[in-house]
Write a protein that binds this ligand. Sequence first.
Ligand code: AHR
Length: 504
Amino acid sequence: MSNLKKATMVLGKEYKISEVDKRIYGSFIEHLGRAVYGGIYEPGHSKADELGFRKDVMDLVKELRVPIVRYPGGNFVSGYNWEDGVGPKEKRKRKLELAWRTVETNQVGINEFMEWSKRVNTEVMMAVNLGTRGVDEARNLVEYCNHSQGSHYSDLRIEHGYKEPHKVKTWCLGNEMDGPWQIGHKTAEEYGRLACETAKVMKWVDPTIELVVCGSSHKFMDTYPKWESTVLEHTYENVDYISLHSYYGNLENDTPNYLAKSLDMDAFIKSVIATCDYIKAKKRSKKTINLSFDEWNVWYHSREQDKKIEPWSIAPPQIEDVYNMEDALLVGSLLITLLKNANRVKIACLAQLVNVIAPIMTENGGRAWRQTIFYPYMHASIYGRGYVLNPLVKSPKYDSKDYTDVPVLDSVATVNEDKDEITIFAVNKDMKDTLNIHCDIRGFIDSKVIEHIVFQNDDVKITNSKDHPFRVIPQFKNDAVVEEGYLNALLPKLSWNVIRLSTK
Ligand code: AHR
């Protein structure tokens, strides 16, 4: 039987954490599995445009309003020669791709991806290869992408049909260089020196760019957080952000414990901030390094399936997690966590965007559909713009296998002053009870509920699929009300909620 639990919140105009950098809603496309080939690009598909990009996929990407997409990897970038993917398509080399043991056809490269990004109204966050390559390749790539004309690489871009520079602003200095699985894995000292010199020279080519240096691949690496401190010792004055990566899973099939994992993300963020600020103090620097959480998501469903993939195939279905309802709840909670830390997390990328651990799935030659995690990501990206408010939350708590005092209510709010709107994002993690939230919004005059979107299903393992693409979709609830400056709303058990309010 479902009981009613209560939680209170206070939202005040003055309690701003930070302006939201829209790049916090970024995503990621790697040359991996069917992300590019069969995902965004499938010439011959009935919905492909004249360049071979799937328009059905583009429409779904546009629904998400993705502001930035990291490209081309990931582990892939550490063995990538970008020159293989530019120029006439018929001359492009097929290569063994060692990170994922496939064959890369290079039919999509930098120019095609930049063109795709324009068509879906997003920016590109480009990664350079610091696995097998270094300063020289990186500076040439910046020249190719960002220099207007009159130099070898800028003129080569023009010769390839792209007169205007791509103006890529945000760049990653390699990928997960602390990981022994990485092509060209390095120690923190080796990477720190290389990243410093590469950063310096890339900024000499284009001083307007911003750089992300690699932090640890995840917080369980033996080298974490010494890696961060050593790398920042070398690079502090030359870079702008440090990366964090983290994937979550429910291997033990323990939902309360799984949903508590947002606390892990929060602790990880706080400890990386502490490490950055320790180096800041040590260097007596005035500069603050911000965070780029440029790989985060749920990833565990596909691990067994992936062991069966034939090596050296072209675009096999790799790491295609099928997401369920509880995954969407955790993704919602992780988005709330990123927003709560928006004063330091300026970039974050849901990894990835299409087919590979992705909100959007496709069938080769067939349809495209939205996975469960699509919805919280879309809601946050559309409505979570403006300023983040620090909500004072009082919530019932629970203990799980690995966590104590987990708040049942995970919530944050944003205020969009241009539109006079407040949006409350909230997850009710309770396994059986509805949560009544009583929220003090007296600081906002004349507030009214615009809508209360609820994403919930009694079966937390329910999924969408090719044949049932709309099995779980968000619904609207109409019992949220504002009375005398207090919002009252009922959040069903195990639900993701978006409560939108108009204000003055
Ligand atoms: O997103 C999939 C992979 O996860 C990326 O290639 C790598 O950076 C990470 O380990």
